[in-house]
Design a protein. Structure first.
Length: 657
């Protein structure tokens, strides 16, 4: 198929968007053969494929407008390159075709260009990759303040004028689907789309409305397939499973009207087959979204490698009442991500899938190969061994240098206004436990937080955390981007590495003092360690930015029953932020903080403690981070109160109350 597409370009001068009976069909949206070629290129389909000509073909789609773009290529390229969107009633003196579908063509052109950028990157065509990656962000112009285009959100759905958005001169701004449906078509940048729509919760609500409102979504057209599984991007893969099991069998079944639309050269059969296999491909990317298979076991043999991939549905429920993945393994090892790459097919493997909690964490969610970059500071109440405290979180298949260039571009864009940029955000930390087992370890098991074989149980009788975490970000004007930034990551990490062991030693010493205070019943001898740390890093010239992260009104109450074994250090995670607490800078940059609160207990002998403690930090802890300046960070503890609850301690044949 790939060889045939390239051969059509070689002989006819353009890739087809629709090819039927050896003839050119009408182009429905973008030049979507670009996606098919990029998908195969990323998945290393090479046998007999002339990829140099294939790349020439997709670039031709992006750059050269044909005379009759109603049957091949793209129309409106002059507007696309200069306005960065396709306008309503576009004027195009270079070719002819239906001047409709301004919304759907804009979002499809953006994804086509993203796929070309992926190919360019793989071929080491860096300038092309950057150009088309920038174009892939043009979808955001549909959301610019001050634009006034309007189309009824239910138009072109079964609710209202269903067939009015087909290919005709009187068509509307979307093709065979409503504007509500096309809102979700940004597969290259789902992280930015989720932020644009108001965050993960709002995104999930809007997506659910699309599926649940009667007849708003028509699954008989291919545009409706992807939204079935887009809950994965919001960290809710279980809801993707719900939708798959709703449409199959409600609209896909073995009755006379067993498919919702015409087969369309295999589209309906492909949807039902892939959905029932439990591995939904994101065409143009090396990503398959995981949902529970409809079968006990699925085996796929790769025609190129001869290797077989197996998906097993452990505890398979033939009645489909239990359709949520509780856990998954890959070749016998625990697997927590809600997506998998094509290597599963090309190299073979066994995936055993089988809570609603599977794949819910941000780190487990499907990767968003977006222009947006999350830059986060990892903060812990007691410093634990980390590779570094300042981390650059790259999008998948993106290097740190590429990430830093994206940060540079985003800050540059935000600075164009020549005004100070100030943003802030906050979140509540309220959380409580009653009778919860915080930690349980049996003799002989393995646990990364335990340094000795022993038997341990820590029960939280009554525990709670209260307070607010807030972020305040300021960026000043008048900076210069003339210097390179490629070495920022290594310099910052090196500096932090120089102080890491010192900080850890101090933290461990403090934990030991804490234990001795408990054993000796001498609470007056315990004090908090100082957290004043300054880094001096030679950083290339970047804008003067300041990120202040602060806990306000932090209160930690722990009443616990604990049996600790000798010569061991225990680390218990009490709170971890699932998403960065941060602020958006410009269009594409989120600057924020990911933090955790850990309880570290260190003992030298077997101790049974029925006690607890109460920490109240009314004035808070402030982390003042001067980003990209010579003083990268300073951390200040502003004071507070510490008290023990009544203690009953048994240890070394001694009972103290």
């Amino acid at each position: 198929m790939i060889r045939s597409l390239i051969d059509i370009y070689r002989n006819e001068g353009k890739l087809p968007d629709c090819r039927m009976s050896f003839c050119k069909g009408l182009t429905q949206g973008g030049s979507n053969a670009d996606i098919v070629l990029a998908d195969s290129y990323l998945k290393n389909i090479t046998e007999g494929v002339d990829w140099a000509t294939g790349y020439e073909a997709v670039v031709s789609d992006a750059e050269d407008e044909p005379l009759n773009w109603s049957v091949e290529g793209r129309g409106g390229l002059n507007s696309w390159k200069n306005l960065h969107y396709i306008p309503t009633d576009d004027f195009d003196p270079y070719g002819f075709g239906p001047f409709t579908r301004s919304i759907s063509r804009t979002v499809e052109y953006a994804y086509d260009d993203f796929c070309i950028a992926e190919m360019a990157k793989g071929m080491d065509k860096i300038a092309d990759a950057e150009k088309y990656l920038e174009r892939s962000g043009y979808w955001k112009n549909m959301y610019l303040n001050g634009t006034w285009g309007y189309q009824d959100p239910i138009l072109c759905s079964p609710l209202y004028n269903f067939t009015s958005c087909y290919l005709s001169p009187g068509g509307h701004e979307t093709y065979e689907g409503s504007s509500w449906l096309y809102t979700f078509f940004v597969p290259q940048d789902m992280a930015s789309l989720i932020l644009t729509l108001g965050g993960p919760e709002t995104f999930i609500e809007r997506l659910t409305y699309l599926h649940s409102y009667p007849d708003l979504l028509y699954l008989g057209d291919e545009q409706a397939f992807l939204p079935v599984f887009q809950y994965h991007y919001g960290g809710r893969p279980a809801l993707s499973a719900v939708q798959a099991h709703t449409y199959i069998p409600s609209q896909f079944n073995n009755t006379f009207n067993g498919i919702p639309g015409n087969e369309d050269s295999g589209a309906m059969g492909s949807f039902s087959s892939l959905a029932m296999m439990g591995l939904w491909p994101i065409s143009g990317q090396d990503v398959y979204l995981i949902t529970p298979p409809f079968f006990k076991e699925v085996n796929i043999t790769n025609g190129q490698t001869g290797k077989t991939s197996t998906v097993r549905n452990i505890n398979f429920d033939a009645e489909y009442e239990n359709v949520f993945i509780q856990s998954a393994t890959l070749d016998g090892a625990p697997y927590h991500k809600n997506w998998i790459s094509h290597s599963f097919y090309s190299q073979g493997g066994v995936c055993g899938a089988m809570s609603r909690s599977f794949g819910n964490l941000v780190s487990e969610a499907v990767p968003c190969r977006e222009h947006t970059v999350l830059m986060a500071l990892s903060v812990a109440a007691v410093v634990a061994p980390l590779d570094s405290n300042i981390q650059i979180r790259n999008a998948p298949a993106t290097s740190s240098s590429e990430t830093l260039w994206a940060i540079r571009r985003a800050l540059s864009s935000a600075a164009v206004t020549k005004n100070d940029t100030t943003s802030e955000n906050s979140t509540s930390l309220d959380k409580s436990w009653d009778g919860a087992v915080l930690f349980h370890y049996t003799d002989g098991a393995e646990n990364g937080n335990l340094s000795v074989t022993a038997s341990v149980e820590i029960i939280c009788t009554t525990c709670y955390i209260k307070g607010t975490a807030s972020v305040h970000f300021t960026m000043d004007e008048g900076f210069d981007f003339s210097e390179a930034v490629g070495n920022v990551t290594s310099q910052i990490r090196a500096e932090i590495g120089n102080v890491t062991e010192t900080v850890i030693d101090y933290a461990l010493d403090s934990a030991e003092n804490f234990t001795l205070a408990v054993i000796n019943h001498d609470i007056d001898g315990f004090d908090f360690p100082p957290f004043d740390i300054d880094f001096d890093v030679d950083v290339p010239k970047l804008p003067e930015c300041n990120l202040k992260f602060q806990f306000d009104g932090l209160e930690l109450y722990m009443e616990i029953d604990t049996i600790l074994s000798g010569s061991a250090t225990y680390t218990l995670n009490l709170y971890t932020s699932q998403t960065p607490i941060g602020v958006k800078v410009g269009k594409d940059l989120l600057v924020g903080v990911v933090f955790s609160i850990d309880l570290i207990i260190s003992v030298e002998a077997e101790v049974d403690i029925s006690s607890g403690f109460h920490i109240q930090l009314n004035d808070g802890i402030a982390f003042d981070i001067h980003m990209f300046d010579h003083d990268v960070s300073s951390i200040t503890f502003n004071g507070g109160n510490f008290e023990f609850l009544p203690v009953t301690l048994v240890g070394a044949n001694t009972v103290l109350t």
